[in-house]
Design a protein around this ligand. Sequence first.
Ligand SMILES: *Cc1c(COP(=O)(O)O)cnc(C)c1O
Length: 360
Amino acid sequence: MDIPLSSVSLTDRERAYAFDAINTGWISSSGAYVKRFEDALSARVGRSQVIACTNGTLALEIVLRAIGLQRGDEVIVPALTFVAPAAVVKALGGVPVLADIDPQTWTLDPSSVMERVTPRTKAVIAVDLLGHPADYDALVPTLSAYGIFVIEDAAEAHGASYKGKQVGSFGVASCFSFHANKTISTGEGGCVATHHERLAKQVRLLVNHGMTPDRPYWHDVVGTNARMTNITAAIGVGQVERWDELVEARQRVARWYDERLPVELKRRPVAAWATEATWLYTVTHPERDRIVAHLRSRGIDARALWTALCDLPLYGDGTPCPVARRVAREAFWLPTFADLTLAQVETVIDALYEALKAAA
Ligand SMILES: *Cc1c(COP(=O)(O)O)cnc(C)c1O
């Protein structure tokens, strides 16, 4: 593809920190960059506790284990999302229960969530989909009153905010991904952010073999090894120092698309209370498949959105999710990354006009 969907933005800053990590010899998770990365993230998202780990999927899995998810417990997840939040529930022996999304936000529809609550509901994973926060005021107070944990999956939303407050600060804990295609990237990586000291302690324990701090080789819980390496964290420190620049670069790309987008294409909706931080620029059209095929034939890595989870045999439970299904069938991504140029955006727009003419 001449114009990829996604591409990382790395500078001499990340390079210098990564080389420094290597030069000190500290290449495992012992090393000063891990704490530096955690502290920088903590300041950024306004949570007192941040625990870095190997990826965003394990961050979600470890939070579920830390809140005590048991076999058979139900966890409500949105019917439209990357699969990770549903997969981790199933991997732990829990039951992912799908709630539909709101057509105005593409995030969890609070009324659909309430319809799916049962006495077995342990948690709700709210996804800040494609850079748009979920409606936390409509979720957290009601669910907390039932003793249900709200977990924020902010993997796609670095830099977005909800009613003026940064994502990564909602619910009992928030998870980020730093995968190569995410807005802030360490290649592979993730973290858990929370205000709850007990929960943070449990997460740290689980990430590090369940080993009791200050008591070497004493294990009271079954843990795993999900620690981030010092080299990865060094890249992360460089990326967090560039946080505003990286978020704004994608916003600039989104504005370029906004100003040139053919009227037949609808951009994803944004709620009045949301400050979206575009992760991947997403539009809808009923002739989605033909348009995407045309763009791809022109060397542009446009892609159809994920299949709605209700349409995957592994996750669908027969409950309809009409909004998620419609969006999943009509939505597609255009190339979006910090170093994308205006000339490349214009190439994509030209190809979109061609595709629409052919589809008409
Ligand atoms: C990317 C992503 C994840 C998983 O992150 P990894 O670091 O790739 O494991 C989880 N949830 C959502 C919504 C994502 O987009």
